[in-house]
Structure formats: C-alpha cells, structure tokens
Design a protein around this ligand. Sequence first.
Ligand code: NAD
Length: 494
Amino acid sequence: MLDQTTLDRLRSASVAEGHHLVDGAWIAASDGGRMEVISPLDGTILTTIAAGTTQDANSACAAARRAFDDGRWSGLAPSARKAVLLKWAALIEAHAEELSVLGVRDNGTEIAMALKAEPGSAAATIRYYAEAIDKHYGQIAPTAHGTLGLIHPEPVGVVAAIVPWNFPLMIGAWKLGPALAAGCTVVLKPAETASLSLIRLAQLGQEAGLPDGVLNLVTGAGAVVGEALSLSQDVDVVTFTGSGSVGRRLMHNAAASNLKRVYLELGGKSPNIVFADAPDLNEAATVSAAGIFRNSGQVCVAGSRLLVERSIHDSFVDKLERHARTTVVGDPLDPATQAGAINSLRQLEQNLSFVEEARLAGRTVLGGSRILTETGGYFMEPTIVTGVNPADRLAQEEVFGPVLAVIAFDTEEEAIAIANGTKFGLASGVWTADLSRAHRMVSRIRAGVVHVNTYGGADLTVPLGGVGQSGNGHDKSLHALDKFLNLKTAWIKL
Ligand code: NAD
C-alpha cells in the first residue's frame, strides 16, 4: 500500500496534457481540438486530452497497417516480441503507484482497488501472453500418406482496441497483451473519462522498445474516433469492452465496411443466487455486498441482482444492509475508502434515475441518494432495493452503479428461470452447500461465469466472456489469443 507522503505528492501532481500516439510520435489532433478531463473527485478540470478526429483515427490505422505489413513486429521471432513485452511489464510494475493514482484521478476508483486491479493486473497480463507466445505451436493434421496438412497460426493484422472507463489498464491489457504477443499491431482508443493512465502505459511501451507504429493511441469522443476505427478498411479486428448499444454499432460498421471481426465484451445484470443451505450466510453477505458496492458497482460482472431464497430473505437482507451502511464511501485517494467516486455526473444521474423509478413503483429503497461532499465530487450511497419484480427495469437493465436489486424465490426451478430471464449472460453466483445443486446450477445458468460459494476474483487463467447480449468473445486465458490469430492451412502433396 502507498504511504501517505507518496499519495499526497501524487494526488497534487500536475497532469500533463494528453496527445495521440501515431507511428511513434506524440501529436495533437489534426484540427488542434482538445477535450477536458473532469475529475470525478471534485468536478474540477484535471487536464485536457486531444479530441481525436476521423482523420486522426485514420492516420493511426494507416500507421498500424504499415507497421504490420512490413513485418517490423509480426516478423520478429516470438521470443523477441516476448523480450519487449516482459520489459514493458516490468516498467508498468515499477510505475505502479504513479499509474494507479493517475487512473484514480480521472476515473474515480478507490485506490485500494486500483492498486490491486490496475497496474498489477496489466503487468501480469502482458507478462502472461509474452510468456505464452514462444510456446504456441502450429499443428500437423492427421492426413493420409502422401499429403501433409500444416496449420500455421498467423497474426490477424491490425487490431482496434476500444476500452471502457472502469478499469482502463486491466481491460486495456486484456486486449493489448494477446494482440501484441500474437504479432498484431494496435490502435488503442481509451474512454473519454479514463484516458490518462493508458496514455502513460503507452509511453512505457515505447520505453520498453515497442517499434514505432506497433502501438498507436487516439483519444477523444467514441462517436468520432471509435466510429472511424470500426469503419476503417485498415482494421482487421475490433476488440471492444463497453455498452451493448456501442457494441451493436460496431457490428453494423463492420458489416458496412470490410467485414472485420468484432469481439464484444458487454454489460450484464448478473444474478447472485443465495440458497438457504449456503455454507456460511455471513460470508455470503460480506462477499455479495462487496460484489456490488466495491468500485461503486462500476464493474461489468457486478452481482447486481440478488436472488435470495424466501425463508432467509429478511435475515439476509439485514446482513446486507449492515454492509451497505458501513461501506466507506468517499475520497478515492484515501486508502480506507471502500467505494470511490462515480465516474461522471452523467453516470451518477443515471444511477439515481433507476432508484427513483423503483421508488415510484413502490419498491423499498435503502440508501439511494447522492452523497454531497465539500469537494463537489460524484458519490452515491450503496443502495439496496427490495421487493423488485423480475420484470422491473431495475431487474432487466444494467445500472453500472452501487444499486442492488433483491428478488425473493421459493424453488431452484424458479431461481433458474429468474436468473436466465434477462437479455444478458455475463456472470452469476450460487451459494449452496449442496454439491449436486451447485453442478446443476453451473450447467443451467446462462452466463459466461458461474461463481460457486464466492463472487468475483476469477484470475487470468480462466476466460471472461458473455453469452446472449453480454458479448461474443473472451478476454483472459490462452483462449484470448484465438481472437488475434488466423489459422492458415498449407496442404502439401508429397
Ligand atoms: P461505452 O460503450 O459508452 O464506451 C466504451 C468505449 O466505446 C469508450 O472508449 C467509448 O469512447 C467508445 N465509444 C462510444 N461510442 C462509440 C461509437 N459510436 N463507436 C465506437 N466506439 C465508441 O461504455 P462505458 O460507459 O465506457 O463502459 C461501461 C460499459 O462497459 C458497461 O456496460 C459495462 O458493463 C461494460 N463493461 C464490460 C466489461 C466486460 O468485460 N464484459 C468490462 C467492463 C465494462
């Protein structure tokens, strides 16, 4: 953990203006446009970043195309790419404190979480794929005598990586690690409200020896920069984490341009199901509360729908209420804070509107208000809404805030029906001591991840991806490499 002196120094350090990285040079937007970065900690202007234009995005894609086609990266031995990536991972670790605080200052995550989830995870991810790539072999097909079928994995080409604001370094690295290890070149598009730590990450990548044009970065509005990336003829793959509406747009643009591959990691309304026979209901309450309130619920896999067996509903909700009341919400740069700021005023207002709608529909709301602070930052109380109907908007749509919808159920069958009754399928949780029931639930819940007697914390070795409208690709694990490798067949007559 950071000592207070370092924290105070980093908290008040001036933040450099952000620029695009194109072909190894840090440059301004083509029309000189700038975008303000508002700190969610106090609503002040932290700095400005380049407001990318369509031309900027196209220049970055062209640079990535050239860098891919001339083989300056894809043509290296995997062990040579690995050496650069390992150096990058080491540099990220060496700058972990600076990166964490910088990220917190524009996205609002509590520092304890940022230290755990951001640079540490980014470095580990880049190292994981660096270590994997020189052990990744092609295959020889089991053909008849007289022919040889060779299957060569080859880098796909230029990757546009478009990432959200909640964990920019961790999610950014989930894209950058496997794409760069595979030999692809990348144009990275950070979210408007979380660009700073990724800009610094890219600077460290240059320092580590990534050749010019291999990693490019364009900041600015998604509707301009992201739109241009998804329409680019130079881009072969879009890997995206963010909202369903943008995901839909990306697929549309891929179809309208060059049929680039589009991998989507989208939102969720993840059910966390607590049966009366859970092995430890106190632990279930502690972990379930953390699973929705940490990072103020701005977590894609947040267990935002609590399905609880009716016989324990009241006592379990009491336990959760205690956690909600005692969760320390506030200054993200105080190490004791358990839930930091809401990323933007727009997101805060969206969270509050969900709660207001539930209140008007007669649901019981604990918490639910904006927390007013002297600094004027964006903070919200951990909120529990009980008596929610599975058809309510609160039970069907992602809030992406610290709002837990609680629904009672009577039978396993009913729990499964409610759990599967949304358009999403990202994560889920089951709390039970019955081994057979646990396995039944794992097989019947429609989700990319089913946690059993825990929630969250699945590490890099396992894939993360959704089903239904939660997405179509996987980040993490060796499977993530598949998105960035083509399989080329050589069919040889001997
Ligand atoms: P968002 O969709 O608004 O933005 C994500 C990114 O897309 C940003 O970089 C943004 O600038 C860009 N973008 C916006 N409009 C675009 C357009 N027209 N074309 C191309 N790009 C565009 O999402 P957000 O608000 O930043 O993030 C929150 C969402 O991300 C939530 O739905 C959350 O569940 C999801 N998320 C999913 C995962 C996962 O792994 N499945 C992880 C984290 C967050």
